[in-house]
Structure formats: C-alpha cells, structure tokens
Design a binder for this molecule. Sequence first.
Ligand code: ZN
Length: 308
Amino acid sequence: MVTEEFTILLYHGVSRSVHRGIENCSRKHVSAEHFEAQMRFLATMGRVAALGDLLADCEKGLPAGGRVAVTFDDGFENNYSVAFPILRRHGVPATFFLSTGFIGSSRVFWVDKLEYLLNEAAVNAFESAVLGREFLLASLERRAAALREIKGALKRQPALVDDTIAELEALAEAPLRYDYPDYRMMDWHQVREMHRSGLCEFGAHTIDHTILSHVPHAEKVLQVRQSKATLEGELGTPVTLFAYPEGQADHFDDEVVEVVRQAGFVAAVAAIFGCNTSATSRYHLHRNMVEFVAPFDNCVRGLSEIRG
Ligand SMILES: [Zn+2]
C-alpha cells in the first residue's frame, strides 16, 4: 500500500522509576520496556528517519511517505540515562526539543510540582481559594483526578499557576524536595554527548517553556531567538527545528509562527495528533504523543498498514 503520509512521534521521557503514588499517572513518561519494544519495531520496519533528514527529503521532492521520526520535548534527564541507550541499541535517530532555561538546572516544571504536591499532601482534601473550589484527595484515584482537573484549570488560566502551587506548598508537612527521578533535567554535558553520537539532533522549545500565544511580542521574540542562540552556542551547530510549548491550536497563532520563521527555523512541530504529507505547512507539523494521547499502534497506524 502506498502512502504519502509521514508520522512524527512525540515523547517526553522514558522511565525506569517505581511509582508509589500518582507519579506519571498521565503517562507522560513511557516505560523503558514499552519504549524498547517500540524502537525495536521501528528499527525492524526500516522506516525511521531523523526529523531534519525527513523534512530535507520532502523539500527535495523525495518521497517521505510511510516514514517515522521520533521526537522528545522538554529535556528530561531520563532522555539521556534511559532513552538514549535504547535508541543506540536499535540505531534509531531522534530529535530532542529543549527548554534551554531548564537544562543543567534544578528547575521543575509546574505540572510536575503539582503532581508531587498532590502525591505528598498529608490531607484528605485541598480547599483552593485561588481556584474557588475543593478537591478531594482521600485516595490515589481522587488525587489523580484532582491533578487532571487542576492541570486543566491552570492551563486555561496560567496566571493562577504560582498562587495555586503556593497554596499546595503551604499544606506540605515534609520539606519540599521535588526529587522524583523523572522530574530531573539533562545537563549540557549529557546534551553534547548525545549530539556527538550522531544519532541525536536538537531543536529549541523556548527558554522557559513559555506558551507563546499568551505573552507579548517582545517576549515571544526573546524566548524563540535566545533558546536557538543558546543551543547553537552549546552545540556549535545550526539549530533549525522548533517545537511550540504545549503545542495545541491555541498555543501558537500566526504571529507566533512568523516569529519562529523569522528567527531562522525551517520547521516547527505542534502536539496535535495527525499525519503529515509534503503539503503540510512546515510550521504546523502534527505529532502523535505516544501513550499519553493514544497507544503506540494508533500513533503509527500508517506504518502498520504498510506492513499489512
Ligand atoms: Zn514541552
């Protein structure tokens, strides 16, 4: 079966952590066993390509149909310690989009702080004055549900993030460590080692994981251009691929696309599920978030049809 479609997979992390509560209940991190099986499948199919190469082939009019690119967002340490050895073992190239202000730092993403705080909270309910409602925490299921609801509310109202986190931090009885392994970020030594392997390419994902449609023009320009310049300085190579933080339709508009294009990026990826063809705008590329949004088989459906 001939297909013109190519697929870009989106991962955040690959984990070997043992969970004792609601850690990773959203399946943001795929287990090492699953990831190994997925990479083995892609390697066996012989259809996997680095995103940059795949797009370059499209540009030259070469067929890209049926090919798959593996990408990672944010820059978690497990990309280096867990995913990279698996990628190497199977010879699968991947593209890593980094929020440069987190690399080599102990900063923790607010969604991870929220998960940690709801996991650790020694109370059966969280009365939020900021969000104007109560969340029940009497079981792991309720804590996971509270996490989903609060995350959803704060993604719609990002101005309330800091105050809501502060409310939860005030509830904590133990010192706040935010020390779950899957929250840790890579450092620049790790990034450079991956880059030197020739298997990993790097793209920009802003400095602070800023939702670009939500900030003034000057901040958009700073976040886009500075993250590119930092990566190019650390890697000594041009950085031409960008991923929009959050990456849903309301997180990047025409103005954001223009800022990204004018900064010198040749392509940018969203987090909206779907396949791409040579006709898809290079600044609106779809990606399929594995396990978080859909099972792996659904994410690579085009590929399975070829196999069939
Ligand atoms: Zn991200």
